[in-house]
Design a protein around this ligand. Sequence first.
Ligand code: NAD
Ligand code: ZN
Length: 227
Amino acid sequence: MLNLVVLTGAGVSAESGIPTFRGKEGLWKNFKPEELATPEAFRRNPKLVWEWYDWRRQIISKAEPNKAHKLLAQLNAVIITQNVDGLHQRAGAKKVIELHGNIWRVRCTNCGKEYENYEVPLREIPPKCKFCNGLLRPAVVWFGECLPLDALEEAERLAKSCEVFLVVGTSGVVYPAGLLPFVAKQHGAKVVEINPESTPISEIADIVIREKASVGVEKFIRTMLNL
Ligand code: NAD
Ligand code: ZN
């Protein structure tokens, strides 16, 4: 069996109705995600940042995994994802590496405890810690923050050792996740990109499938894996 590793971004969830960051549908009240998903924005105005997360959590809570999530889950390959929506797991994927955290987890800025929170919509914005009443933040990785080291190291190890690195629905401009296709390529993997738009990854991809995720993943499985 082919040693396949998958990297996904917001585009794989677009057909589930979850807006991507890049593209006009990613805008909320005229703010760009880059102006909200940062530690500075949270320090300045935690209420505003939490209102945006509450809006995103409401959308994600109503969303269902789409055909791309389901087909990828059936491949039994490790899925490295930049997404925070948990849809790969809900589609049945067994091994998912979340590089940017999960929108259903919160972390206390006071006592540091991290736990699940599925309240939709949030009763109180910004929400407070159930242990110490401190200010909570989403347990996601913001622009300018470090990725969880164990997840990043495992992702790099997989990129270096796979035969085929399949990239689905990422703009490739958020680092270090966006570098993984280049690491895979350098270590001899064939890189396959599925994205309706061209990205920096397109330039090094061995095969580019210019389709949305559901169509592209189906094509990949039929033509490249002969399944
Ligand atoms: P991005 O918004 O930068 O890029 C999305 C990419 O998906 C674009 O290249 C676009 O051409 C492509 N795309 C759009 N519709 C598609 C479709 N139907 N099928 C396939 N591809 C499609 O997203 P990114 O590269 O993941 O990076 C942005 C950051 O945004 C990540 O850190 C991620 O954590 C976060 N994010 C997550 C979610 C989510 O969890 N669903 C949603 C938005 C943003
Ligand atoms: Zn606390």
